[in-house]
Design a protein around this ligand. Structure first.
Ligand SMILES: Nc1ncnc2c1ncn2[C@@H]1O[C@H](COP(=O)(O)OP(=O)(O)OP(=O)(O)O)[C@@H](O)[C@H]1O
Ligand SMILES: [Mg+2]
Length: 295
């Protein structure tokens, strides 16, 4: 795995991208500017499905090096935001910026290659391939994908495969999945499939990982291992996380800040404790439950 940003998690006062152009910013180096810019940002993002506005002029930022929580009642639009950020569906309007670059028009594979990786609410492993093979598939732009390379430059293809194999084994070791590396992915438990999803992302040297409900359907032991992996990857590799989760214990202990969505918009944002006690947030959750109970 890439160690390029190991141990470098800039904890700097974050500045809005626009503000770096003012006169006080003229002394900042390009590196300063890069580190102060949010890693991921959505601006005024909107997406409707028929008459339903799933994401409604939503704006928020994910700062570099954070484990940011994205919470909200069912149907708030969280997964749709992930689908928009990762290019799976196009926005109706608004912008999505990765490290200041507009990625709103890119394909999922192009976004993935830029280091923005995601898991799905329901894991999508290749069930009839082994765990190891699932990881070997991941790195983008492999020379072996082109038949002429296999024919004309077999040495290059073999060397690349050997590198990917080393990396896959390192990732499996790291996630404590080495003992199931030759198992069909379909035979893994729900929690192991979630770890495999994380492994697939690590093969791509991510800058930021979007996790959609990593705790759902996972037993306590594996949940602990997922939480530890997130913390270690954040601390040691400087990977940024944006995490959708309904398990409030996990969110409160792992995430800072926490962004709350309701009805397609950002409702609140702040430290876990502040968000937990925000009357508007309680209303959004409890109001929904009352409505469900009444309906
Ligand atoms: N492809 C789609 N077609 C039609 N409606 C959709 C589609 N995807 C999402 N929706 C609707 O958009 C709204 C937001 O859905 P979304 O899945 O983003 O919510 P969520 O916050 O992830 O909810 P949950 O916590 O239950 O996963 C919901 O009303 C959902 O039914
Ligand atoms: Mg969802």
């Amino acid at each position: 795995m890439r160690g390029g940003y190991a141990g470098r998690i800039p904890v700097v006062e974050i500045q809005q991208e626009a503000s770096v152009t003012d006169s006080t910013a003229s002394s900042l180096s390009e590196t300063d500017v890069g580190q102060r810019r949010p890693l991921l940002e959505v601006r005024d993002l909107t997406k409707s499905f028929g008459g339903l506005r799933a994401v409604d002029h939503c704006s928020f930022q994910v700062e570099r090096g954070t484990i940011t929580g994205l919470i909200g009642p069912n149907g708030a639009g969280k997964t749709t935001v992930f689908n928009l950020m990762t290019g799976f569906i196009p926005p109706d309007s608004g912008r999505i910026l990765l490290d200041g670059q507009d990625i709103g028009h890119l394909r999922p594979d192009q976004i993935f290659a830029r280091g923005l990786c995601r898991t799905f609410q329901i894991p999508r492993e290749h069930g009839t391939m082994s765990v190891l093979e699932n990881l070997m598939l991941v790195p983008p732009g492999q020379s072996g994908e082109h038949w002429w390379n296999a024919l004309l430059r077999p040495g290059l293809v073999r060397a690349e495969e050997a590198r990917h194999l080393d990396k896959a084994r390192e990732v499996l070791e790291y996630l404590q999945l080495a003992h199931v590396q030759h198992e069909y992915a379909a035979n893994l438990s729900g929690g192991q499939k979630k770890l495999l999803e994380m492994g697939r992302m690590l093969m791509a040297d991510p800058q930021i990982i979007l996790l959609d409900e990593p705790a759902a359907g996972v037993n306590r032991t594996l949940l602990q291992s997922i939480v530890q992996n997130i913390q270690t990857l954040s601390r040691e590799r400087g990977i940024t996380f944006l995490l959708i989760e309904h398990d409030m214990n996990m969110v409160m202990s792992l995430c800072d800040p926490v962004i709350v969505m309701s009805e397609g918009r950002k409702l609140a944002e702040g430290a876990p404790d502040a968000v937990r006690n925000d009357p508007a947030v309680l209303e959004a959750y409890l109001g929904g439950q009352y409505a469900a109970a009444a309906g």
